[in-house]
Design a protein around this ligand. Sequence first.
Ligand code: SF4
Length: 275
Amino acid sequence: MSERTSYAAQPGLQSDCGNCFGLCCVALPFSRSSDFPVDKSAGTPCGSLQEDFRCGIHRRLRDQGYNGCTVFDCFGAGQKVSQVTFKGVSWREEPDSARAMYEVFPVVRQLHELLKYVAQALDLPAAGPVHGELRRAYERLDALTRDTAEVLLAVDVDALRGEVNPLLLRASELARAAVPGRKKNHRGAHLMGSRLRGAKLRGASLRGALLIAADLSGSDLRDADLIGADMRDTNLCGADLRGALFLTQPQLNAARGDARTKVPQSLQRPPHWAD
Ligand code: SF4
């Protein structure tokens, strides 16, 4: 891959529902709650899943109470499991493989999430000193996602995460060291419902912070590390998230924002954010 190519933006790390057997709509369970209007067990197809594996209510998901679907992202795991692990043969065509497919999908989804983080670190020029190690970790993880269902079901994802996390942390430190000024450390902080309107958090560490329903409207979150931060219902109206590290689409989708919110170039403004 050339120096100018974004690792994180490569198609293999974006969901491609047209090449997937609707795996998130079948393999995953959901419970009646503010995110879903009904209960569904793992392995049962959602009632709105069509014969062609498309969602029949895709444009009306929020209107019909399926908010949980609109914050989900498989990071490209769906098409990988459908087309690579199970070689394009669906659970409808081969019911005997359905159970393994449903079990492999969450494993590959976690591996793809890790791949996405490593890819984001590889896109940070300031993290150059660890790019060699990151590239090796990326190649190893990518090769693993292409292995057989049996191998994937035996993967210890937590152990892999433990190996990769120090590299991501080092990349974050290098990138944030290049940001001017004193950087705040809110790593793992419990900030649920906190009033942080207009907070100056440029280059801060918010790794794993609980930001549920926190008011971060108008805040400066440029270059802040948001890996694993719980951003459900976080108010990001008017906030500046350009250059935020390890921010993912599901985090953004779960938060609230508006037309003034500045999002990183690699992510999309959620369509349900108010204009
Ligand atoms: S698993 Fe991913 S690719 Fe498949 S339908 Fe769901 S979001 Fe789309």
